[in-house]
Structures are given as C-alpha cells and as structure tokens.
Design a protein around this ligand. Structure first.
Ligand code: COA
Length: 377
C-alpha cells in the first residue's frame, strides 16, 4: 500500500484484532464469541450472550445469576436523565435522538472512570431510556424497571406496563442475540475510535448511537413491515413485488453489501419468528411473510440476474419485532439496545491493547495562497 492510497470508507482495511464476532459473507457465516449464530441465537438468554462477549465464555449458573443481578440493579435512571428522556418524549423528537440524549445523560450519577462498571450501566439503562421516552411520547407515565424480570422481559414490561409472555421474551432474546455484534460496522468502529482517545464509555456509546441513527446503518425494518402489511391487505404478493421491480424500486429486506447468500441472521430470526407466531401471533401474517420471501428471491433473480440478492437481517427483524409488539418506530432503537452489548465489548477490547485511531487524509487543496486583507477581497 502506497502512503497516499485512498480507501474510501476504509473498505477492505483491517484495523484491529477482535474475538467478538466473525463474518464470512460468501459462506453466509456469522460467529459470535466462538459460537455459530445458529447455536447461540435461539438458545441463549441475552444476559448469557453479554457474559460471553465480556468474558469469552458462557457463564455457569451461579455466575449468570450474579451477572444478571448486577446488570438489573443499574436499570433505574438518575432523575436528571429521566427528565431529559421525558422531555424528549413530550417534545416528540425521533426515537434515536431520544436514545442519544438519554445515553449522554445516563452518566449523571457516574464518573465514567470504571469501564467494567460503565459497560453494565449503559447496557442496563438503554431499554429504560427507550421505554420512558416512548411512554412520555404517548402521554403515559414512565414505569420504574423491575429487577425480577430478565433484560428482555423488563424492556417489554416497561413499554407496555404488562408482563410479557414467554413467547414474547424468547422472541426478543433471539433478536437481541442475533444483532448484538457484527464486526467493525460503522457504529462499533465509532465507539472504538472514541475510547481510543482514552475518553469514557458514555461518550463512546453516545457517539455510536449517533452513527447508528443514519439510514445507511440503522436499516430498513420499518419499510419492510409497511411493505408486508400492504401485501397482507391486498393479498397480491407477486403483483405488488413485480410492480416495485418494474418501477426500479428496491425490495426492502433483500440484498446485502457483505452477504451474497441468505444472511445467517435471517435464518435465526425466521426460526424465532416461526416459533413465536405458532405460539402467540397471527400465523397468517407469518405465512404471508414466508410467501413474500420466496417470491421476492425468485423475482430478484429474474429482474436482477447474477446480482445474488437474498434475504437480509431486516426482513425477519420486521416480522419478529412486529409480532412481539414492538412499535415499528422503535425498531432502530431496539437494535441499539441489542448492539450496546457489542459496542461496550468492543470498547473494552480496544482498551485492552489501545492505540489512538488516527488515519491520514490526502491533501488536495492549494498550498501557496497569499493573504489579502478583508477590505481588498
Ligand atoms: N431490490 C432490488 N434490486 C436490488 C436490491 C433490492 N433490495 N438490492 C440491490 N439491488 C440491485 C441494484 O439495483 C443493483 O442493480 P444494477 O446492477 O442493475 O444497478 C445491484 O442489485 C447491485 O446493487 P448495489 O447497490 O451495488 O448493492 P450493494 O451491495 O451496494 O447494496 C444494499 C446493498 C443493502 C444497500 C441493497 O441491497 C439495498 O438497497 N437493499 C434494500 C434495502 C435494505 O434491505 N437494507 C437493509 C440492509 S441490511
């Protein structure tokens, strides 16, 4: 590599060793903490997955209980943070902005000097922030978190005020596990860059949330859901898909920059959605989603031959989260709640062997301008 060779978007550049996740886009493989996603996604609780990322092994029963209790004890927000989030809800700011404001204010009762504690405080508090914002936005009083529920169960409880079913909790845990980490994506890299300056984890996660907000990263599950609901209503799956493709539109939930086969996350999420809908949901809607998937993959090959467009993570994210009862406006913030596990683990990993991230830019401006006083310009 010559000194001045440019790699737009850092594409193809390896900047760190990581033991957190491994992606093979050609093979459709995703490994989290040493476990293929198919092993972990539908089996682990989110607490087990977090422990795995932080410790590089699964916990024993007693370690899991201790870890879960410690995490749960940080769920409540300091008063000032709750006020910020409540104001965000009352002002009707978009959910990702509320999450950013809440994450920044989550350190009001912390000094940010103990990354081991800070990672737990952050992960524990993000669901409380999202739920409190959502309730305030809907004119409802935020609920105090419950320490007797799991991380996923308590999030659902704080959103609705009702204790969720086992099927809802299981479905959400499968989702959280599935998207907890995915290599050095933009938000994760943002977090690593921030801690590389020896800044604190609250700053890093606030920055990561900012990166996740962008539509190029935060994804498309909302539009996928709208497409599916339209098709559910009309019943004409093939006609509606063809219409979109004829009009040159992209089918939401298909295609991926890295995966050239079915996204392994789609595999795990579709099984989780299938189990959920069998137990607790509108199984006709799930059947429709499967029909849309099959039809869309066939039509993409017909309209875009050789482009290798297959189902991505967003497709079954929409199906699963909708079934569980997460409002579509909260899909990206729920993604953030999950990814906070990966963000914090990456920040700790960066600190283990830190080097300030400091790439270079290639200067293309002028070099020999001479000064002109303002009244002569
Ligand atoms: N529907 C229809 N055509 C699609 C498509 C989709 N979902 N995704 C890609 N294509 C087509 C492009 O139009 C392009 O066709 P062309 O060669 O005739 O111009 C070709 O496939 C390659 O597209 P490109 O944009 O270069 O691929 P990419 O790797 O940059 O795109 C995505 C990746 C995710 C941005 C793209 O697949 C997409 O927009 N998908 C829909 C949105 C979505 O589901 N996003 C969530 C991603 S997790």
């Amino acid at each position: 590599m010559s000194d001045q060779e440019i790699h737009e978007g850092l594409e193809g550049i390896t900047v760190a060793e990581t033991r957190l996740s491994f992606i093979d886009g050609e093979a459709g493989e995703l490994v989290i903490g040493g476990y293929p996603l198919s092993e972990l996604g539908g089996n682990a609780t989110f607490e087990e997955t977090l422990y795995l990322l932080y410790n590089d092994r699964l916990p024993t029963q007693s370690e899991l209980e201790e870890f879960s209790d410690e995490l749960a004890q940080y769920r409540s927000l300091p008063e000032g943070c709750l006020e910020v989030v409540r104001s965000a809800g009352e002002a009707g700011v978009v959910p990702m902005d509320a999450l950013r404001m809440g994450a920044a204010a989550a350190s009001l009762d912390q000094d940010g000097e103990d990354p081991e504690r800070d990672k737990l405080v952050i992960v524990a508090r993000l669901p409380t922030i999202v739920a409190a914002y959502w309730r305030a936005r809907n004119g409802e009083e935020p609920l105090e978190p419950r320490e007797d529920l799991s991380h996923a169960g308590n999030y659902l409880y704080m959103l609705t005020g009702e204790e969720p079913s086992d099927a809802q909790v299981g479905g959400l845990e499968a989702y959280l596990n599935t998207v907890v980490d995915h290599g050095l994506n933009a938000s994760t890299f943002t977090g690593r860059v921030i801690v590389s300056t020896e800044s604190d984890l609250y700053s890093a996660i606030t920055g990561a949330i900012g990166a996740l907000k962008g539509p190029l990263h935060g994804g498309a599950p909302g539009p996928v859901l709208r497409m599916l609901l339209d098709m559910y209503e009309s019943g004409d799956v093939e006609g509606m898909l063809r219409e979109k493709l004829e009009a040159g539109e992209r089918l939401m939930g298909f295609g991926h920059r890295v995966y050239k086969v079915r996204d392994p996350r789609a595999e795990v999420l579709s099984s989780a959605a299938e189990s959920f809908y069998q137990e607790d949901g509108d199984s006709d809607f799930f059947e429709l989603a499967k029909e849309v998937e099959t039809e869309a993959v066939d039509l993409l090959e017909e309209y875009k031959p050789g482009r290798r467009l297959d189902t991505n993570v967003e497709f079954y994210t929409a199906v699963l989260l909708h079934g569980i009862g997460i409002p579509d406006e909260l899909f990206t913030t729920t993604f953030g709640i999950a990814r906070a596990g990966g963000w914090t683990a990456h920040c700790l990993e960066q600190l283990e062997n830190n080097r300030l991230v400091r790439p270079r830019g290639k200067y293309v401006g002028e070099k020999d301008r001479t000064w002109t006083p303002v009244d002569e310009r």
